[in-house]
Unconditional design. Structure first.
Length: 189
């Protein structure tokens, strides 16, 4: 696997650190400008947060969260080559984090300790948003007031749980990036 480029962490303790980006079909790291906007939105809540970087790819979102003070980040990446590159970047940066080498849908079915912030940027061609969102809700992965970041092609509107309320949204090129806040739904209403 060759590395055709790199991206940089844009804020926090790892600011300006380079992440090697493998040459992989369909891999599209979240651009600097989008990450900067997202983490400006998350700035009040990222410190000490438990984060999940689902469909991690390069791990740029999760590593950016660690750089800005997240307590824990779990990365889920099904591709062994991407997982190995992510582990290499984490080791080079001397950052501790769990990298799970599994299919996100299978992994989510197991359930686990809730996360405060979830980054959900699946491969666009696979249309995984709806199933992943439902699994996050159904298997207890979300803290009661979790923040969920969703990246999708402009024009694609994922079907998301009722409890996910739009907080902020932006557009960059052909991508729409959205931050949702989980507001527990009252079962009696």
């Amino acid at each position: 696997m060759s590395s055709t480029g790199h991206i940089r962490i844009i804020g926090g303790s790892l600011r300006q650190s380079r992440l090697d980006v493998p040459d992989m079909p369909g891999l599209r790291p979240t651009p600097d400008r989008v990450r900067e906007t997202l983490f400006n939105w998350l700035q009040p809540v990222i410190g000490g947060a438990r984060c999940l970087d689902l469909y991690a790819g390069t791990g740029a979102l999760g590593i950016e969260a660690l750089s800005r003070g997240a307590a824990v980040v779990t990365f889920v990446e099904r591709d062994p080559k991407l997982g190995a590159a992510l582990k290499a970047n984490l080791a080079r940066l001397k950052v501790q984090a769990a990298v799970v080498g599994d299919d996100a849908a299978r992994w989510l079915k197991a359930g686990g300790k809730p996360f405060d912030v979830v980054f959900m940027d699946p491969p666009f061609a696979d249309h995984l948003w709806d199933a992943a969102a439902a699994a996050l809700e159904a298997h207890g992965w979300l803290a009661p007031s979790a923040w969920i970041y969703v990246e999708a092609p402009t024009g694609v509107t994922p079907e998301l749980p009722e409890a996910w309320q739009l907080h902020r949204q932006g557009h960059a090129g052909g991508v729409t990036y959205t931050l949702y806040r989980r507001i527990p739904v009252d079962p009696l209403s």
